[in-house]
Design a protein around this ligand. Structure first.
Ligand code: SF4
Length: 189
């Protein structure tokens, strides 16, 4: 093989850096083999979805057994990521299985410093009433030129990273139906 100056420097630089790190810190930066594991459908029901964390939109396969998510991994048939995921996507499983996940309603009264635990039956009608009151107070039927717009400009909605693709779809439909125009998701910003 003909070794020009550029190739020589590259080869000695990479090899030298690798040996240097190995000797000094015991860190091995040599390439290692990676492989995608075969998905075994006998382990549970597999559903495809989109990673909610960022705008790349990697395809994921979610396995659940009896309603409990037991595995999440990259979808090898998805055109965007072809089975690969970043470390955040690889940890998506923890959205569902996490002892630190809040699964109760916490309410803090105006001016209070403590959170109170509440029932969903208490919280949902209250949220609905607050949305209706706010929307009614600021709903715009026509713009300054008399055109029908049916906008709610005094409510802004922001989807969080723990909402999956299907939840975001439902959420955006609800917001559009209410006339909300300031609608975003953290993956886009
Ligand atoms: S967070 Fe990672 S896995 Fe998820 S969509 Fe973005 S790049 Fe893909």
């Amino acid at each position: 093989m003909k070794l020009d100056r550029r190739k020589f420097l590259l080869a000695t630089g990479v090899t030298g850096a690798s040996a240097f790190l190995k000797d000094l810190f015991g860190v091995d930066i040599d390439p290692s083999e990676a492989y995608a594991q075969e998905h075994d459908s006998r382990r549970g029901k597999i559903t495809s979805t989109i990673c909610p964390f960022c705008g790349v939109g990697c395809g994921m396969l979610v396995t659940n057994i009896g309603g409990k998510i037991v595995n999440v991994e990259g979808d090898p048939d998805h055109p965007i990521n072809q089975g690969a995921v970043c470390s955040k996507g690889a940890a998506m499983y923890q959205i569902s299985n996490n002892p630190r996940r809040l699964d109760k309603v916490l309410y803090r009264k105006p001016g209070a410093t403590e959170w109170e635990e509440k029932e969903w039956d208490w919280a949902i009608p209250r949220i609905a009433a607050n949305i209706k009151r706010t929307r009614d107070a600021g709903f715009i039927r026509k713009d300054s030129r008399g055109r029908t717009v049916n906008r709610t400009e005094n409510i802004a909605c922001m989807g969080g990273a723990a909402l999956d693709n299907e939840e975001c779809y439902t959420y955006s439909k609800l917001c559009r139906a209410m006339g909300v125009v300031y609608l975003e998701h953290q993956a886009r910003i």
